[in-house]
Design a protein around this ligand. Structure first.
Ligand code: OOB
Length: 546
């Protein structure tokens, strides 16, 4: 068993097998089964290329064999940082087939994140583009490799470079050596949004992940006719599995890949590929709504738009079905496991007002107060959960796990929710030190630590501030030492350290001293209130003037 993985207790393992949640197949076997069932059906259509189920299965065998020849073995970690490209999907399956674990980085991650993932997981290889979206990944990769003892290979997709392995040269014609990959093995490491320090890594097993695919396919009505457009970063748990590209493969549908989510990129693809389903975060849904009526493309093939990752306001939710002529399905999920969906036959008020109910009848959800006592139905409290696909612990994080999980194995989600009489959840807030920037999660403490490294900064506290489009943005309150510096110098400092740009504070406020709680801790609640009022004031001044 992978070191640092916390397994489910024996009796629950037995239960989930006996009740059929865990089917006993691996993700690699799932693909091979589909290739047997419908060899000539198209599984991916992207960038002018079409790949059939048979071709995908064969190509991932070849790639897996190429990885083996590089010395990548079962349980080796491989940091994968690729855009929404066919190579991403191939890489996943090739690694699953040999039991090596992808660590899913996002294309927006930079030196800080990548070096941490490589070092913490003791990765053997790092797979990235040479250059993408004006960023030179090759230089980043070489720097990280020179500093990381475990890292033996940089594998570049798209181009060749000195001292790097070329991805395209890896499709080996040599036959794949069988590896004993079990369905109970960890398949990959996903990233958590994080709330303390650096993001934690989430080990997901084949068994439980395939169960989420199976249930998502049922709930989202994925069939062979489904054409699913991926516009969000494909490595994120949501476009991966809710129902995501993996769910589409489970259900025998077709995946269409888009490099970005802008209407200019996505709308022509919806028309051309006759897309039936797409998963969005609220800011993208808002943007699509605002332009849809003035566009020429025919979007009438759309049947379902999923929206999740951060809170969708009921006002926006109401407009989706009439504007796009399709159904809205809300998703409230987390890379740690639990996923909730509104159902496609739900009445409008549930679809618009709530974030759905758990995917599985075996999900256990509890809403508790500060003392872990359950609150009455419909009251707001902390969401705790355990079940057949919610992890029992983060990877190699025993101290954090002791706080993030209860003794009886419930995960403390950090979300404040209420549950109605029908069992539907509404997200009411959060009690984790995190900013949800339109679905992208920022751990306040991580960015605070980087700011504290600046010689002029005495202390710092980062909080969420409301934003019409993203829902939330980040605001850093900074106490300076004597020297005066400019706000943009602080932002540049973070960028130069190699922090992903979505984590750079949207706003910086100088402050002389922090408001304190009764216990003497920094009162982030007061800081949030302060910035909210300041923004309201500024808004009312603008509207008086305007
Ligand atoms: C998804 O996963 P993560 O791991 O990036 O973030 C999980 C957190 C949740 O704990 C919650 O705070 C927030 O994101 N969240 C929502 C939400 N969906 C996620 N908050 C309000 N409303 C929603 N609909 O974000 C994720 C994973 C799988 C499917 C969908 C989203």
């Amino acid at each position: 068993m992978l070191e640092g993985f916390v397994p489910w207790p024996k009796e629950r393992t037995k239960q989930y097998r006996e009740n059929g949640c865990w089917e006993g197949i691996t993700l690699g076997e799932m693909l091979s089964q589909r290739a047997e069932q419908f060899p000539n059906r198209i599984v991916i259509s992207a960038y002018g290329e079409q790949v059939t189920y048979r071709q995908l299965d064969d190509k991932t065998d070849e790639l897996a064999s190429g990885f083996q020849q590089l010395g990548i073995e079962k349980e080796d970690r491989v940091v994968v940082q690729l855009p929404n490209w066919i190579e991403f999907i191939e890489t996943c399956f090739a690694l699953y087939k040999i039991g090596a674990l992808p660590v899913f980085a996002l294309p927006s991650h930079r030196y800080v994140e990548i070096s941490y993932f490589c070092k913490f997981t003791e990765a053997k290889a790092y797979i990235c583009p040479k250059f993408y979206n004006s960023f030179d990944y090759e230089t980043l990769a070489k720097r990280v490799k020179s500093e990381t003892a475990s890292l033996q290979h940089i594998i570049l997709v798209g181009d060749d470079a000195e001292d790097c392995v070329s991805f395209s040269a890896l499709y080996a014609k040599k036959s794949l050596q069988t590896t004993d990959v079990k369905s109970s093995d960890v398949a990959f490491l996903q990233l958590s949004g994080g709330s303390t320090g650096l993001s934690k890594l989430i080990p997901r097993t084949h068994d439980e992940y395939i169960y989420t695919l199976k249930r998502s396919v049922e709930i989202c009505h994925v069939t062979e006719k489904t054409r699913f457009l991926v516009v969000l970063p494909i490595a994120h748990n949501y476009p991966m599995s809710s129902p995501g590209f993996l769910g589409i493969i489970y259900g025998g549908g077709r995946i269409i890949l888009s490099d970005g989510s802008s209407p200019d990129e996505a709308f022509p693809l919806i028309e051309k590929e006759q897309v039936t389903m797409c998963a969005l975060v609220p800011p993208i849904a808002i943007h699509w709504l605002s332009v849809a009526r003035n566009r020429q493309e025919d979007l009438s093939s759309l049947e379902v738009l999923l929206v999740g990752g951060s809170k969708l306001s009921a006002e926006v939710a109401k407009k989706i079905a009439p504007t796009f002529g399709c159904q809205l399905q809300q998703v409230f999920g987390m890379a740690e496991g639990l996923v909730n969906y509104t159902r496609l036959d739900d009445p409008e008020d549930l679809v618009v007002q709530t974030q759905g109910r758990p995917l599985s009848p075996y999900d256990e959800v509890k809403v508790v107060d500060e003392n872990d006592q359950e609150v009455p139905r419909n009251a707001v409290g902390h969401l705790l959960t355990r079940g057949p696909y919610t992890i029992q612990g983060y990877y190699k994080a025993p101290e954090h796990n002791a706080k993030a999980f209860t003794k009886d194995g419930f995960y403390r989600t950090g979300d404040l929710v209420s549950i109605n009489d029908l069992g539907y959840l509404t997200v009411e807030g959060r009690n984790k030190d995190q900013i949800n920037r339109g679905g992208e999660k920022i751990a306040a403490e991580e960015v605070e630590n980087h700011l504290l490294a600046h010689p002029s900064v005495l202390d710092v506290a980062i909080v969420a501030m409301p934003d019409e489009y993203l829902g939330e943005k980040s605001c850093a309150f900074v106490i300076l030492k004597d020297e005066k510096i400019k706000k943009r110098e602080l932002k540049a400092f973070l960028r130069e350290r190699g922090l992903a740009s979505y984590k750079i504070p949207d706003r910086i406020e100088w402050i002389d001293a922090f408001p304190k709680t009764h216990l003497g801790k920094v009162s982030k609640k007061d800081l949030r209130k302060y910035i909210q009022e300041k923004l309201n004031d500024q808004k009312s001044k603008v509207s008086v003037k305007g």
